[in-house]
Design a protein around this ligand. Structure first.
Ligand SMILES: Cc1cc2nc3c(=O)[nH]c(=O)nc-3n(C[C@H](O)[C@H](O)[C@H](O)COP(=O)(O)OP(=O)(O)OC[C@H]3O[C@@H](n4cnc5c(N)ncnc54)[C@H](O)[C@@H]3O)c2cc1C
Length: 556
């Protein structure tokens, strides 16, 4: 910080303290360090964190920021691990953390929506609905239950159920503009309109998109659609074992999604991705910085029973519908791999069996039982234990289980609970290009990216997430040992290369990390110019998240 900026910043903080109180600002110390990092290699150091408790406090902070020309970066919970967490594109931002604004303001059972503040988490909403409105389900990600429903939706994050496109399920936003006014999108309740949270398009220009992946406002409240609990539910595990079946299997899955047979997310992982959730190989193998050899990969896949590609999705409806869909699915997919459907009662029996086997592992009968289990189900007990978590995710029940993925190369094992990969110095970042949902597009991206993993000596980890029946995300994880500067540099170089390669092929990221935001829109100059003009009109002092998604660079 130069002296001139320091004095402006100090003056602004003195005023903001009067708004939120001294305790609601963190400028240094352990709590600061815990929030100021991410799993990605390098982040820009914030100047501080402020925790407003109401929309009025947010407005007051924004006004002070304009007065002293300091930049703000809003986050709801700041758990955006692998994309920058609670850090800005530029150093010296004041991070506005909205976690204290965590009220569930309304749940409407009849119309299946809720109105929430940004601090409401998946875990909180899920528990609240279970206790008060058991006929409604919320969606969730497979990241932390501590993630923000609203923060994730504004970032266009993806979940698991048919309500997995989170931004698509936001309806009715309240936002504080960069100049401090409070506005509501569309037909807001203050105008007497009754459809704020039920009619997404409102009347006139549709403005909600302005607040997603942008720097045009701080969202302080929103309507969010919930899923009526279905009459019955079945999860599906589909495994593809041979390379030649991957492309046709993807095309078959698209046909099923387009026909509405599969309406949930289709979440898939390649063998490395599943292994990394299951097994922290870094601690077991002595040559710490090398990727798995083919032999090691084969050995681990055999040991656990991991397929080449594993797909998970859910079926939701009346029992007759589910029966019909299952037979359509078998007709389309059986030629390409193995299918397992699980209902709640079946999963409960499997869980009892697994609990018994794992508590009797050391006894003779337990060991025989585990062998028998492996033979019948083709999976080790350890891998099969992932099943209930996956099954429940498809019902919108959050878990920390899959966050272990981020710890796969960490020197320390993931804690039993309270996982926080940024705090625990895990090395991980995402590259997430969106592709048209065809096997052929998948193959182009995979074949363009995989050799670069080999070049930079990293394990090729790819998962797929459905955005809609016409588009998929090919999500690539880069995992590295953060304490090793040479490996961290390679991870960084690989990330840059993947961005370059996929953009050159015409595949844009569905979402980007703060490190790759500068220049993100350079390949679309007309669009960038329009976004800049909007930004200047709404935020003349450029105080709100300058540079976010490549829009309006930072002016200190
Ligand atoms: C192992 C692992 C698995 C993951 N799985 C998933 C997954 O399945 N799906 C998925 O989507 N993500 C996933 N993530 C990424 C991430 O952890 C989640 O998306 C998480 O929910 C984002 O953090 P948050 O909810 O705290 O959002 P925040 O960090 O609060 O928000 C994200 C960004 O949105 C903007 N923003 C947030 N709130 C506001 C607001 N009120 N007004 C204006 N702008 C705002 C900010 O720029 C902020 O930086 C995963 C990460 C890891 C490490």
């Amino acid at each position: 910080m130069d002296a001139e900026f320091s004095s402006r910043f100090e003056a602004a903080i003195a005023k903001i303290k009067q708004v939120v109180g001294e305790k609601q600002i963190i400028l240094k110390g352990e709590a600061f360090e815990e929030r100021a990092g991410d799993t990605s290699p390098k982040v820009q150091r914030p100047a501080g964190f402020v925790f407003p408790a109401s929309v009025e406090e947010v407005q007051a902070i924004v006004k002070v920021a304009n007065e002293f020309k300091i930049s703000l970066w809003p986050v709801s919970k700041g758990k955006n691990w692998g994309y920058g967490a609670a850090t800005a594109v530029h150093a010296g931002a004041l991070i506005v953390v909205l976690e204290r604004m965590n009220r569930i303001l309304e749940v409407n059972e009849e119309l299946a929506y809720t109105i929430i503040e940004p601090g409401v988490t998946y875990g909180q909403l899920n528990t609240y609905l279970k206790e008060n409105h058991p006929h409604l389900w919320t969606d969730t990600t497979d990241s932390t239950p501590e993630g923000s429903v609203l923060g994730n939706a504004l970032e266009r994050g993806l979940g698991e159920t048919p309500y997995g496109d989170h931004f698509a399920n936001l309806c009715g936003l309240e936002a504080v503009m960069p100049t401090g006014e409070r506005v509501c999108t569309g037909a807001s309740p203050s105008t007497g309109a009754k459809t704020w949270t039920t009619h997404k398009w409102g009347t006139g220009p549709y403005l909600e998109g302005l607040f997603s992946q942008s720097n045009f406002g701080i969202v302080t409240k929103a309507g969010f659609w919930l899923m009526p609990a279905p009459e019955s539910f079945s999860s599906m595990l589909f495994e593809v074992h041979d390379e030649e079946h991957v492309v046709p299997a993807l095309n078959a899955l698209r046909r099923l999604a387009l026909k509405g047979v599969i309406r949930s997310n289709i979440h898939a992982g390649n063998n490395n991705a599943i292994l990394m959730i299951l097994h922290s190989y870094y601690r077991d193998y002595s040559k710490k910085s090398a990727p798995l050899t083919k032999d090691e990969q084969d050995h681990l896949c055999n040991r656990f029973g991991v397929a080449l590609w594993t797909f998970n999705c859910g079926l939701y409806g009346a029992p007759q519908e589910i029966r019909a869909w299952k037979s359509l699915i078998k007709r389309e997919l059986s030629a390409h791999g193995t299918i397992l459907f699980m209902t709640d009662p079946k999963m409960a029996i499997a869980q009892k069996m697994m609990t018994w086997l794992s508590t009797h592992q050391t006894s003779f009968i337990g060991a025989v039982g585990a062998k028998l289990f492996r033979k019948v189900f083709g999976k080790s007990l350890e891998y099969a234990q992932m099943g209930p978590y996956q099954h429940n995710l498809l019902k919108g029940i959050p878990t920390e289980y899959f966050l272990r993925y981020a710890y796969c190369k960490s020197a320390n094992a993931a804690p039993a609970q309270g996982l926080n990969p940024a705090r625990d110095h895990c090395g991980e970042m995402w590259h997430a290009p969106a592709i048209p949902f065809t096997g052929e597009h998948f193959k182009i991206v995979r074949d363009a990216c995989r050799p670069w993993y080999e070049h930079y000596r990293m394990d090729f980890c790819m998962t797929l997430l459905l955005i809609n029946p016409r588009a998929l995300v090919t999500l690539m994880g880069i995992f590295f040992v953060k304490e090793d500067p040479e490996e961290t540099a390679r991870a960084n170089a690989l990330h840059k290369k993947l961005c370059e390669v996929t953009l050159a092929l015409g595949y844009q990221p569905y979402r980007a990390g703060v490190a790759s935001m500068p220049g993100l829109l350079d390949s679309a100059p007309d669009y960038k110019e329009l976004a800049h003009r909007l930004k200047l009109a709404l935020d003349p002092n450029l105080i709100l998240a300058p540079g976010r998604y490549g829009v309006a660079p930072f002016h200190p």
